[in-house]
Design a protein around this ligand. Structure first.
Ligand code: NOJ
Length: 752
């Protein structure tokens, strides 16, 4: 008790201090708004790209000269894709020293999984289920990026997606809203820290609000058609969690929902986000998404697009040239109220004040810090740690893994094994080419075995670039023979196969989820001469590797692990790191099962009790996935027992306590992600067959047993009805606890 009083007082003092600080900011915003012309207000709502084609298609009407002129007039509130202290300082200097009011720019960039030193792609990081590590990874990214003048990242992407055809699943946290919410919070905390005025923190963006992960048929930029229940229970939760975690900005998305492009949706931006959730940061459009409402057929011209977007609550126009060209006149003509501008500008200024940009517009511009931080060796240690934690052991028959460290002949096969770019993923705009440690290099650092490398076949042909389509090698098998020869003479074959780094990410949808190009043929040809294969997958999305699962004894999901890829993979293959990753997305048997996800609905005909054909199934494939959500093995084994609840009957509002014993029954110390799912058996809106409601990453020594306890409370036992209200209903529930979403212990309870 003694210690509690000073703690409460400190908290109280902190709250008063924060409230006073916020109040001061509001006063400053009001005074500044009074000084601003309509054009200057519109200027704050205008964001320009720094150099062409960086992360989107270049518009026709934005010459560099015009941008400079607008900077001087104070008609630009933000720039993106301006990199390095030198570049940032030069544009900041123009607005601060030459524009009438000198309002500093906020500088945005896609710091998605690192800046120069890259962590694993976000989907891979999510496979760690390690919230501390994920937060730390975002922290490192913020430290590097902020040292180059950037103070705002367009991350995290918190779009839930169930469709592996959609290339951007690599940028999210997978298919689950609960896990996605926890990871969203971790990333935001990592980027923003405790104090946004600290020079090593940057403002975060939860994107893309909303529904972007549900693009029809997984085709990028496509329309979205989802029901109210999916919107509220699956799509919204990570955004809501982000807002509650004090994320400073949200980005809207390219898609429409129910015939309304979300950039023009008042329901999403005003009613839900700024209304119900009380969000006081600002909304940035996605690249030209305001203008694209014309192509959608929702606005007839730029004028109408500007009116719709500003009214709907899109506060800043990213490289769209719509606000800057149309908005001021619309206000002068009385078509839109200046109060709308005041609201948007206040939000933008608020974030600039909170970042401390008014005190010192050049605070992020320190060449010495830039030099020290970019590529700092500490960052390499951090991304290596994250990379190891992100690896998922999908299969390990007969303990093929870990590899013996001595006396073995190892054939390493696959173009991706020597690739120093693909492991960096597609979001590598600030990193340098050829900077990933390849798997070949990682394996070479283990000297006890004889290692022979053969490419076997290229994954792609011709040159590749972020803004261009990657061409896959579908014909050239001329180097197969050499690889087969090497495999024949080897004790173990390690094959690194999968996707080219530019095969996933924005605008990289696929209709086929198998190994691209001739790699499946290569795998089968090698298998004919040596079945002792370890398949290491490099990919940005779940793949349908059904043949491999049937034939290959060991499969390691190594995603695209960033700068330290090769070292992480080698340490796992050689057993210096015991893998503990679990899939954040379901792997299908075939692409035709997509969208496939663990929290599906039971349907009216879930089984074939009668032995006839009329039940919910395929006639040419099982319903079940190849690898379920939450699946992932270890070099050790875990046994679950003694699942206990603190009762059988509870009142709505009570907490339900669940405990389980987990024993490490294998020969290695290891980590396990203990997962808790529930099923609400009957609902006024039908409930999924399982819903993740808790997880804990625990370290358990060989032979040791740990008891893990979870609490199910008001936050976890309810759901959103079709009016968007959160409700908890009485009735029967099931609880499942285990090491994945399928093989679990279960117990029952009732809520009244
Ligand atoms: C388009 C992408 O959808 C978005 O996520 C990204 O932040 C912007 N381009 C800026 O690069």
């Amino acid at each position: 008790m003694k210690n509690i009083i000073p703690l409460v007082l400190a908290l109280f003092a902190f709250q008063i201090c924060t409230a006073q600080k916020n109040q001061k900011i509001e006063i400053k915003i009001d005074s500044l708004l009074k000084l601003m012309t309509i054009e200057e207000k519109v200027g704050q709502m205008n964001q320009y790209n720094g150099f062409w084609d960086a992360t989107g298609p270049s518009p026709k009407n934005g010459s560099a000269a015009k941008k400079y002129e607008h900077l001087r007039k104070g008609w630009v509130g933000s720039m993106l894709n301006v990199r390095s202290v030198e570049q940032v300082r030069s544009v900041q200097k123009i607005v601060v020293e030459e524009s009438r009011l000198g309002i500093p720019l906020i500088i945005g960039f896609d710091v998605i999984h690192g800046y120069k030193t890259l962590s694993p792609i976000p989907l891979a990081e999510s496979a760690s289920w390690d919230l501390e590590a994920i937060e730390q990874s975002a922290r490192v990214a913020a430290i590097e990026a902020s040292a180059t003048g950037i103070n705002w990242t367009f991350a995290p992407m918190v779009d839930v997606s169930r469709d592996a055809r959609w290339g951007r699943v690599m940028e999210g946290a997978g298919e689950d809203p609960y896990l996605g919410s926890k990871i969203a919070i971790a990333r935001i905390n990592g980027f923003q820290g405790d104090d946004l005025t600290d020079v090593s923190t940057i403002a975060a963006t939860a994107k893309h609000f909303a529904g972007y992960g549900f693009a029809e048929a997984g085709r990028e930029y496509n329309a979205v058609d989802i029901g109210t229940s999916t919107l509220h229970n699956i799509v919204f939760p990570p955004f809501k969690a982000a807002v509650d975690a004090n994320v400073k900005t949200l980005m809207n998305s390219f898609n429409e929902i129910d015939g309304v492009p979300v950039t023009g949706s008042s329901y999403l931006q005003r009613d839900i986000l700024k209304g119900k959730w009380n969000f006081n940061g600002f909304v940035i459009s996605d690249w030209a998404s305001i203008r694209e409402m014309i192509s959608w057929g929702h606005a007839k011209d730029k004028k109408q697009a500007a009116k719709i977007a500003a009214t709907a609550g899109s506060d800043m126009d990213m490289e769209g040239y719509v606000y800057i060209e149309e908005l001021a006149q619309l206000v002068k003509d009385g078509v839109i109220d200046e109060a709308l501008l005041d609201d948007a500008v206040s939000r933008i200024l608020r974030v600039k004040f909170e970042l401390g940009l008014f005190e010192d517009p050049y605070k992020y511009c320190d060449e010495a810090r830039e030099k020290e931080m970019i590529g700092n060796s500490k960052h390499h240690d951090a991304v290596l740690d994250m990379a190891k934690k992100s690896i998922v052991l999908l299969k390990n028959e007969n303990n093929v893994l870990p590899l013996k460290k001595e006396g073995q002949k190892i054939a390493l096969i696959g173009a991706l094994a020597a690739d120093k770019n693909s492991p960096l993923g597609s979001w590598r705009i600030a990193s340098d080419d050829n900077t990933a440690v390849s798997v070949l290099e990682g394996m070479q650092s283990y000297k006890g075995n004889e290692l022979v490398y053969k490419k076997g076949a290229d994954v792609s042909v011709g040159s590749t670039a972020f803004v261009k389509e990657v061409k896959i090698n579908t014909t050239d098998k001329s180097e197969f023979d050499e690889a087969i020869k090497a495999a024949k003479n080897a004790d173990v074959v390690v094959m690194v196969l999968g996707e080219h780094g530019f095969q996933s990410g924005e605008a990289r949808s696929r209709t086929d989820l198998q190994l691209p190009g001739v790699q499946q043929d290569l795998l089968e040809a090698v298998y004919k001469v040596n079945t002792n294969i370890v398949l290491v997958l490099n990919n940005g999305r779940p793949l349908a590797i059904t043949w491999a699962d049937k034939h290959i004894p060991a499969i390691v999901e190594a995603w695209q692990l960033g700068t330290q890829t090769g070292n992480a993979v080698a340490q796992v293959l050689y057993g210096d790191y015991n893998p503990s990753g679990k899939l954040p997305m379901t792997f299908p048997r075939r692409v035709g099962q997509v969208p496939i996800y663990y929290n599906y609905k039971n349907t009216g005909r879930p089984t074939n009790k009668e032995g006839n054909v009329f039940w919910s199934h395929y006639i040419d494939s099982e319903n079940t996935p190849l690898y379920s959500f939450g699946h992932g093995l270890s070099y050790t084994t875990f046994k679950y027992s003694n699942l206990k609840l603190n009762g059988k009957q509870f009142k709505i509002g009570d907490d339900v306590t669940v405990s389980v014993d987990v024993k490490n029954t294998g020969a290695y110390d290891g980590k396990e992600v203990v997962q808790l799912y529930i099923r609400d058996l009957v609902g006024s809106v039908t409930r999924p067959v399982r819903e993740l409601k808790g997880f804990e990453l625990v370290e358990i020594k060989t032979g040791e047993t740990k008891t893990i306890t979870f609490k199910l409370d008001k936050e976890t036992l309810g759901f959103y009805n079709n009016q968007g209200e959160y409700i908890i209903e009485s009735g029967d529930f099931k609880v499942f606890v285990g090491g994945n979403s399928i093989h679990t212990l279960d117990a029952d309870f009732e809520l009244n």
